[in-house]
Write a protein that binds this ligand. Structure first.
Ligand SMILES: [Fe+2]
Length: 392
C-alpha cells in the first residue's frame, strides 16, 4: 500500500481508524461515543475554556434557571464530540464531595448503543454492576432510554438510546448558545471527533479491566504494549487497548509498572485518588493548524526533546510523512509508523490544577496504533514535568 492509498485523516473512516463490523452478531452493539461528562470545580469557566481554547460550541444547558438547583451543566460540541461539564451550585451537592476527592475529571464515558435493554442484560449476566437500570426519560422532544454501568474507579458508562429523541441533549436540558466569538482566522474546528479515551488503573488491575471490557461489552484487543515497550530509566507502565467492533470506541488501559522512581500512572492515581480517565485523544485532519490555534489561545503542550527530531533513527523509522520534520519539530509534534501507516500526535499538559487529566491531538494516516514508538520519548518529557513538580 502506498502513502496515497492509505485512508487519510480527511475521510471519516481514516480520521479515527474505523473498520468493518457486523453489529448483528455483536452481543453489545456500541454505535459510538455519546458524551464525555466531566465534574469540575467551576463549570461556568470550564465551558468558557472549552469554547475559547478548544474551539467547542455551547449547545445546551441545565441549571437553577431551568429548575436544576443542584448544579450547572453545560453541553458543548466540537465536531462529532460532545462534552458535558457539571459543577455544583448547591454546597450540599454530591458533586462537591466528588470534586473534593478527585478534582476536575471525567466521571462518565457515555456511549450510544443499539438495543439498550439487550446490552444491559448481557452486561448483568457477565458480572457488570448496573448503577442505573434501563428507564425512559421524556420531554417535548421525545424519549431517551438510559442505563448506566460501573467501570474503573468512580467512572461509569451511561448507555444511551436516543433514536426516539431530537432535543438538544437530554430531557431537562434547554438549547443554549453563547456570545463567544472565536478569534479571526481560527479554523472552524480544532478537532473532529474523539479518537480514544485512556483509563489509568491500579497496579495489577489492567488485565481485570481488559477482561471486563471483553466479557461485559464484547470489546476485543487492538494492540498490546507491555513492559519494556514503554519503560524509561525511571518509570514504566503497562498498557493494553480494547475496542468495540468497528473500533470507533477505543479504550487503552494503563497500570503502573515498577521503575527506579514513581511512574506517571502512580502520580495520577495519587492525585485523582484512584483510577480514572487519564487522557482524551481528539482526532484532527490538520494537526499543524490545530496546534497553532490551541497555542494562540494559551494551551500548553508537553515539550519534546530536540534530540527526538535529530535522531537518525527517527528519520529511518518514520519514512515519508506529509509535512517536513522541521514543521513537526517547531511544534513538538510526534510521529509514529507501523505496518499500516503513520500517525502524528501531541499531548497537552494537564488541563486542571492536579496533574491528572490531559488531551492528545492525533492525526491518523492509516495507522491504527497509539504511538507506541513515541512512548519512551513522551514519558521522558512527562518525567521532566513531574520532576519539576517534585513528584518524581
Ligand atoms: Fe493516547
Amino acid at each position: 500500500m502506498t502513502i496515497e492509498q492509505l485512508p487519510s485523516a480527511g475521510s471519516p473512516r481514516g480520521l479515527v481508524g474505523l473498520v468493518d463490523h457486523d453489529v448483528r452478531v455483536d452481543p453489545f452493539p456500541v454505535i459510538g461515543w455519546d458524551a464525555l461528562v466531566w465534574v469540575v470545580g467551576n463549570a461556568t469557566q470550564t465551558a468558557h475554556f472549552l469554547q475559547s481554547a478548544l474551539g467547542m460550541t455551547l449547545e445546551a444547558y441545565s441549571g437553577p434557571e431551568t429548575g436544576n438547583r443542584d448544579h450547572k451543566a453545560f453541553v458543548l460540541r466540537g465536531g462529532a464530540a460532545r462534552f458535558v461539564v457539571r459543577g455544583a451550585v448547591d454546597p450540599g451537592s454530591a458533586l462537591v464531595a466528588h470534586h473534593d476527592r478527585h478534582g476536575d475529571g471525567v466521571v462518565d464515558i457515555a456511549l450510544e448503543v443499539a438495543e439498550l435493554d439487550r446490552c444491559v442484560e448481557w452486561a448483568r449476566a457477565h458480572g457488570a454492576t448496573i448503577l442505573v437500570e434501563p428507564h425512559d426519560e421524556s420531554d417535548e422532544f421525545g424519549t431517551v432510554r438510559l442505563a448506566a454501568l460501573a467501570t474503573y474507579g468512580e467512572t461509569r458508562h451511561t448507555l444511551v438510546d436516543r433514536s426516539r429523541y431530537d432535543g438538544p441533549y437530554l430531557p431537562g436540558y434547554v438549547a443554549r448558545g453563547s456570545g463567544y466569538e472565536p478569534r479571526a482566522g481560527r479554523p472552524a474546528r480544532l478537532f473532529q471527533a474523539i479518537d480514544h479515551v485512556v483509563g489509568n488503573v491500579e497496579l495489577g488491575m489492567m488485565d481485570r479491566w481488559v477482561d471486563f471490557y471483553h466479557r461485559v461489552m464484547g470489546f476485543t484487543n487492538m494492540a498490546e504494549f507491555v513492559g519494556d515497550d514503554i519503560a524509561t530509566e525511571y518509570s514504566a507502565l503497562m498498557s493494553k487497548v480494547v475496542a468495540n467492533g468497528n473500533q470507533r470506541v477505543k479504550f487503552p488501559l494503563n497500570e503502573p509498572a515498577v521503575g527506579k522512581k514513581r511512574s506517571q500512572i502512580d502520580e495520577y492515581l495519587d492525585f485523582y485518588r484512584g483510577p480514572g480517565v487519564q487522557h482524551i485523544a481528539l482526532a484532527t485532519g490538520d494537526i499543524l493548524n490545530s496546534v497553532d490555534a490551541l497555542r494562540r489561545e494559551g494551551v500548553e503542550f508537553l515539550d519534546t526533546p530536540d534530540a527526538y527530531y535529530s535522531d537518525p533513527e527517527l528519520r529511518a523509522r518514520i519514512g515519508h510523512v506529509r509535512v517536513p520534520v522541521e514543521e513537526l519539530r517547531r511544534r513538538g509534534i510526534l510521529v509514529d509508523r507501523d505496518e499500516d501507516g503513520y500517525l502524528l500526535q501531541i499531548f497537552t499538559k494537564p488541563v486542571g490544577d492536579r496533574p491528572t487529566v490531559f488531551f492528545e491531538l492525533i492525526e491518523r494516516h492509516g495507522s491504527s496504533g497509539f504511538g507506541k514508538g513515541n512512548f519512551k520519548a513522551l514519558f521522558q518529557a512527562i518525567e521532566r514535568e513531574q520532576d519539576a513538580r517534585g513528584n518524581l
